[in-house]
Design a protein around this ligand. Structure first.
Ligand code: ZN
Length: 212
């Protein structure tokens, strides 16, 4: 038990969270409020979420700088024809983990980010740089994700930990609020092996099982 205690302490002291905010100006705020209203029927004064879930991702984009640039502005890139019919709000995530494990916070943890259809109103997103065959996610990223899952679960009432590829399993769940049954994208991130490893290391947090 003493050993476990020490491991946890060292984990918490070696992971720093660096604030590196994307642009969240009046325009992005309005687009986020519109998204909450249009996609979920939630009329809110502030673009905040009630965290119930953590969603892990990979960016495919190979570097932090390029990934940050992609998320930085308020408006969705014109190349995203797959999702722009569902609103002009740019994609983003509350956290981004670089390949060396450095953790960046791009938004306040309870500000809504567009990273997972149906569930953004309750989901905190963690993006990992890379994820391609040439750039598989690293052991340092795994450690940082485990740290973040522990950190967030201690702070918020988190029921679920999922990989992005699992999000459609929530279609019939009360947390699912997307109004358009045809608005879906197919995802494989952050890979089954990565999810297995994070789940193994966070078993003690007793997350609820994912709907079948
Ligand atoms: Zn994703």
């Amino acid at each position: 038990m003493a050993l476990l205690g020490m491991t946890l302490v060292s984990c918490q002291t070696t992971h720093e969270i660096i604030d590196k905010p994307i642009i969240f100006d009046a325009e992005r705020k309005q687009l986020t409020l519109d998204y909450l209203s249009d996609r979920y029927g939630l009329e809110q004064q502030e673009p905040t979420i009630t965290p119930k879930m953590i969603v892990l991702h990979w960016t495919v984009i190979p570097t932090f700088d390029e990934s940050f640039e992609y998320f930085k502005g308020p408006i969705l890139a014109s190349s995203r024809g797959d999702i722009n019919s569902a609103g002009q709000l740019n994609v983003s995530s509350q956290f981004m983990v670089d390949r060396d494990g450095t953790i960046y916070r791009l938004l306040p943890e309870t500000t809504m980010a567009r990273h997972v259809i149906g569930l953004n109103h309750c989901a905190i997103g963690i993006e990992n740089i890379g994820g391609t065959k040439d750039l598989p996610l690293t052991p340092a990223q795994l450690k940082s994700n485990i740290f973040l899952v522990n950190y967030l679960t201690e702070k918020y009432d988190i029921d679920y930990l999922i990989g992005h590829y699992e999000y459609t399993k929530f279609e019939d769940h009360p947390l699912w609020l997307e109004v358009d049954d045809s608005y879906r994208t197919e995802k494989s991130d952050p890979g089954e092996d990565f999810m297995k490893s994070v789940r193994q290391a966070t078993k003690n947090l007793n997350f609820k099982s994912i709907p079948e």
